[in-house]
Design a protein around this ligand. Structure first.
Ligand SMILES: O=C(O)[C@@H](CO)OP(=O)(O)O
Length: 329
């Protein structure tokens, strides 16, 4: 199943991500530590701003007050980004945006397969959008995880919701993974395109115009959000909430959407507004980054439960896997 060429992370339409070999095809651009496409640039140093965490276990964010959040100790943590599996409107080729539609059976299958690819990777906390397709994907993927911790959605929308969902056993807490839902990670709001057929819209307004609405950085669809506007909320949230977790050594998975993730990947990989135009994400393919000393290094996509691909696993991740091997009979 992992043999297909997925256009997960491609900054040129000529480059396709080969999930099997964890490398870009055509431009011979391997994803390796410290380099990324295009032009072998160093991956971006990410500076978090305004660090606070409202999650179950607040994390201390080391900061020197200058926006440099490199931890003092050299901890390594992993970040998995995953776009939801195929939704019922993906299947119908309809613009979806902030309309909250569920997965198709194929999307469910994609989420399960994604789970099998990451079943040996450590995950301490999960962030999802507030939309059911991202939440289904995260939950279905976690059902495959070897650690068998229980993903539990945090309900902090009111005092009552918070207190009524309290867990009274520390042991049980240890065997669970908080799932934090955030509207900021929702799909880009597609305005008056929501519910329209993508092909019919291109026929009506012209291919070029629709491509600009769909893929440009700065141009919003009618009464919708541009990628830039989406980035303002999604990347801010990522910096404010997710980065402090990583800085404290927690391993994080983020389940979200094509465009909210495009904006985050643009930020992590320091893509230009031109480069992001051809960044396409497939449904249900997990992407792994390592966060170390304040830097994000893209490791590619884990190929499967037994083959990590040479680029995907670090020494620490291999050790975690060995630990799982010794725990699971
Ligand atoms: O319809 C949407 O919400 C998105 C993702 O499916 O569309 P696009 O393909 O333009 O990113």
């Amino acid at each position: 199943a992992a043999t297909a060429h997925h256009a997960i992370v491609s900054t040129r339409s000529t480059r396709l991500w080969n999930a099997k070999n964890s490398r870009f095809d055509k431009n011979v651009c391997l994803v390796s530590v410290g380099s990324c496409c295009p032009g072998n640039r160093k991956l971006g140093l990410l500076c978090a701003s305004g660090s606070q965490s409202s999650v179950t276990e607040p994390v201390q964010q080391p900061s020197n007050g200058k926006g440099d959040h490199s931890p003092k100790k050299s901890k390594e943590s992993s970040l998995i980004l995953i776009r939801h599996g195929e939704s019922m409107w993906n299947e119908k080729n309809l613009f979806t945006g902030c309309v909250d539609v569920p997965l198709t059976p194929k999307g469910v299958q994609e989420a399960i397969e994604a789970g099998s690819r990451i079943r040996n990777l450590p995950i301490d906390v999960i962030y999802t959008s507030s939309m059911v397709r991202a939440q289904m994907t995260a939950m279905l993927a976690m059902m495959q995880h070897r650690r068998k911790k229980v993903p539990i959605i945090m309900h902090n929308e009111s005092e009552q919701a918070h207190s009524w969902s309290k867990i009274y056993s520390e042991d049980t807490k240890k065997l669970s993974i908080p799932v934090i839902t955030a509207w900021q990670l929702n799909e880009r709001m597609y305005g008056e395109l929501q519910g329209l057929n993508k092909q019919e819209t291109a026929d009506q307004f012209g291919k070029e115009q629709v491509h600009e609405w769909r893929r440009s950085y700065g141009i919003p669809p009618p009464n919708g959000e541009s990628l830039e506007m989406c980035a303002e909320r999604a990347v801010s949230y990522f910096n404010d909430q997710v980065v402090p977790q990583l800085t404290s050594g927690k391993h994080v998975m983020v389940a979200a959407h094509a465009n909210s993730l495009r904006s985050i990947i643009m930020h992590l990989d320091r893509l230009t507004s031109q480069e992001v135009i051809s960044l396409e994400l497939s449904t249900g393919i997990p992407m792994l980054y390592i966060f170390k000393e304040g830097k994000f290094v893209r490791r590619g996509s884990p190929v499967g439960p037994s083959e990590a691909s040479v680029y995907a696993y670090t020494k620490n991740l291999a050790q975690y896997r060995q630990k799982l091997d010794s725990m699971v009979q």
